[in-house]
Design a protein around this ligand. Structure first.
Ligand code: DX5
Ligand code: ZN
Length: 215
């Protein structure tokens, strides 16, 4: 089942609750929560207390993307603040298995992401322990960037590896998703598309989500 996860990073931060409700009304089943620490990525967004405040404004899945160093130190805070899925970066931790275990122990689904320059082979050893794998199709840190060519091939390679090892992980893609490239990533095996600027900049988010689902 294909889903759109609008990225709150493209919302008006002065009214996050209202923006989350807007996505709910537009029919988004997931909300993508981008957490940036100014260390793992060159930008700072917000932390668990802010996320907790908007939890009541969205009834669906809180899809939390931690672009932070030391995810082991902070994952529990995001679980407590209402995350349904916590995705950390493979590049941000020396002990991926420990982070996956901690997230699951908190009763939350575990995701892991790789940056554009990290090969799919790096995440293969963890596929059987993951609920989600996030392929970054831009360098993490900012919304509104252009989709990096070659990301669709990474999705296809990951899909082959997931099928080969019998993993249950779903594939999510994040960065530069538009009506022009959604079809190719679906076709390659991606089930969850993060869309920030495409959805939030739209005068009619509901219609845009519908279009993204029907490209
Ligand atoms: C980038 C974030 C993305 C971003 C996507 O580091 O992880 O979720 O908000 O924004 P768009 O869809 O505008 O590229
Ligand atoms: Zn993201």
């Amino acid at each position: 089942m294909i889903k759109i996860s609008p990225s709150i990073l493209s919302a008006d931060f002065s009214q996050l609750g209202q923006e989350a409700r807007k996505m709910q009304q537009a029919g988004a089943p997931w909300l993508h929560i981008d957490v940036m620490d100014g260390h793992f990525v060159p930008n700072i967004s917000f932390g668990a207390p802010v996320m907790k405040c908007i939890r009541k404004d969205f009834d669906g899945i809180f899809d939390v993307h931690l672009m932070i160093s030391e995810p082991l130190r902070y994952a529990k805070d995001f679980a407590k603040a209402g995350a349904d899925i916590i995705t950390v970066h493979l590049e941000a931790t020396e002990d991926p298995r420990a982070v996956i275990e901690l997230i699951k122990k908190c009763g939350v689904k575990a995701g892991m992401s790789i940056k554009p320059k990290t090969p799919v082979s790096a995440i293969v050893p963890y596929l059987n322990d993951l609920d989600l794998v996030l392929i970054m199709s831009v360098e993490p840190g900012f919304g509104g960037q252009s989709f990096i060519e070659g990301s669709t091939e990474k999705v296809a390679e990951l899909k082959r590896e997931i099928d080969r090892c019998g993993s249950q992980a779903v594939i999510e893609i994040d960065g530069g998703i538009t009506l022009d490239n959604a079809a190719e990533v679906y076709a390659a095996g991606c089930e969850v598309l993060v869309a920030g600027s495409t959805v939030f900049a739209s005068p009619d988010p509901e219609a845009t989500i519908h279009k993204l689902l029907n490209v």
